[in-house]
Design a binder for this molecule. Structure first.
Ligand code: SF4
Length: 205
């Protein structure tokens, strides 16, 4: 914990609601407390949320869930509709591509729906983040995302971008380019309650 105390303190000084957890089980319990009063929850595409089992646990609550993962299972999925609905949910649940030692959340998005929900969607946002996502500053964060997260995500999605086919970012001009919107949240916007649950484990990528 000592290693991360300064970061937790800094985030709280910046008016985020940051907490540290030694394991993902206790962090997930805290998520369930934070969403207890919510009727509807938007969930951003996130390996952290999925791999931790949190996605299934939140769906099992029976609350109204707005998620592209669920929408894809429908016969006629309407991604835009679910993205717009998630913006109006009571809570938005997501991870972050990176968390900097300067106390910023850095995210790169293809469609922009996830990052928009983080800074302009539901009043309450819950971010589950493993310590593997910590970077020194915004430039290191973007480099880490391009090196670690993008190739894995691109392969998972079956894209034909250089990060998928060669494993490296070529700052491509591909129509399938994932990196269209880059957002740095330095402070919670007015009226926004952003919880950052930092877990002492490697979660997602
Ligand atoms: S810019 Fe293109 S090659 Fe680079 S990470 Fe994004 S999608 Fe991949």
């Amino acid at each position: 914990m000592d290693e991360y105390q300064d970061l937790i303190n800094l985030l709280n000084e910046k008016r985020f609601h940051a907490e540290f957890f030694e394991d993902v089980v206790s962090a997930k319990q805290r998520v369930m407390e934070l969403i207890a009063d919510a009727d509807s929850i938007g969930i951003g595409g996130s390996q952290t949320i999925k791999e931790s089992g949190l996605f299934d646990e939140v769906v099992a609550t029976g609350k109204t869930i707005y998620s592209q993962t669920l929408e894809r299972k429908k016969e006629n999925p309407d991604n835009m509709a679910v993205w717009r609905s998630a913006m109006g949910a009571d809570v938005y649940l997501t991870s972050t591509n990176a968390l900097t030692r300067e106390g910023d959340l850095i995210n790169i998005d293809g469609n922009g729906n996830r990052v928009a929900a983080m800074f302009f969607g539901p009043d309450k946002v819950v971010v589950l983040c493993g310590t593997n996502k910590i970077s020194k500053g915004p430039h290191d964060a973007i480099a880490r995302i391009k090196k670690s997260a993008c190739p894995k995500n691109a392969k998972r999605l079956g894209l034909s971008t250089p990060c998928a086919t060669e494993g490296v970012c070529r700052n491509c001009d591909s129509p399938e380019r994932m990196c269209k919107v880059t957002v740095r949240i330095q402070y919670p916007p007015k009226g926004k309650e952003i919880h950052i649950l930092l877990v002492n484990d490697a979660l997602g990528f």
